[in-house]
Design a binder for this molecule. Structure first.
Ligand code: PRP
Ligand code: MN
Ligand code: MG
Length: 181
C-alpha cells in the first residue's frame, strides 16, 4: 500500500485530540507568560510539528529558536551521552525559555537539555512535552506543561519517526510490528 496509515497497528491520538491539547496548553501559557515574551526552543527534528502548531496557537508574543541534539552516543539510545549538533542562535540571558518537545521516552534528552539551558543565564526554563511514556522514564524530568501519557509502545507520526519516516502523519499511531520486524 502507498498509504502510510496502513503501516499503523492503531491510531493512538487523532489530529483533533492533538490540536485540542495544544490549544489547552497555549491558553495556560498565555496566562503564565503574559508580558514576558517567552523563547520557544524546539528540539529538532521531532518537535517540528508541535512547535509549528503551538506557536501559531499562542496569542501572546513569542520567539522561536531550535536545537539539534543527539542522544545516541555509542549506538544505544539510552546512553545518556548527548551531543549538540546545532546550537541556539539566541543569547539566553534574562530570557524565559520554554523547551518544546514531542516525547519524553527515557527522559535523558530533556534532563540534559534542562541543565544545559539553565546554565546559560536564562531567567527561567520550563518544558512542554506533548507525550510522555511514564513506564520508560528512568530519569525524573520536571515537566510544567505535559500533554498525553501514552503506553510503552512504538509510536510514530506528528513529528515522531521510525528511521526518519512517518513524521508527516497527521495523527499519532502505534507502528505495526510487520514494519520493523
Ligand atoms: C526522540 C524524541 C525526543 C527523544 C526522547 O528524538 O524526539 O527528542 O528521542 O528520548 P529520550 O527521552 O529517551 O531522550 P530522536 O533522538 O529520535 O531525534 P529526532 O527528534 O530527530 O527524531
Ligand atoms: Mn527528538
Ligand atoms: Mg527519532
Amino acid at each position: 500500500t502507498s498509504d502510510i496509515e496502513g503501516d499503523l497497528k492503531s491510531i493512538l491520538l487523532t489530529e483533533e485530540q492533538i490540536h485540542q491539547k495544544i490549544a489547552d496548553v497555549a491558553r495556560q501559557v498565555e496566562i503564565d507568560y503574559a508580558g514576558r515574551d517567552p523563547l520557544l526552543v524546539g528540539v529538532l527534528k521531532g518537535a517540528v510539528m508541535v512547535m509549528a502548531d503551538f506557536a501559531r496557537e499562542l496569542r501572546i508574543p513569542a520567539t522561536m529558536d531550535w536545537m539539534a541534539v543527539s542522544s545516541y552516543g555509542s549506538g544505544t539510545k539510552s546512553s545518556g551521552v548527548v551531543r549538540i549538533l546545532k546550537d541556539l542562535d539566541t543569547d539566553l540571558h534574562g530570557r524565559d525559555v520554554i523547551i518544546v518537545e514531542d516525547i519524553i521516552d527515557s527522559g535523558l534528552t530533556l534532563s540534559w537539555l534542562l541543565g544545559n539551558l539553565r546554565g546559560r543565564g536564562a531567567s527561567s526554563v520550563e518544558i512542554f512535552a506533548l507525550l510522555r511514556k511514564p513506564e520508560a522514564a528512568t530519569v525524573e524530568v520536571p515537566v510544567k506543561y505535559a500533554g498525553f501519557e501514552i503506553p510503552n509502545e512504538f509510536v510514530v507520526g506528528y513529528g515522531l519517526d521510525y528511521d526518519e519516516r512517518y513524521r508527516n502523519l497527521r495523527a499519532i499511531g502505534i507502528l505495526a510490528p510487520h514494519v520493523y520486524s
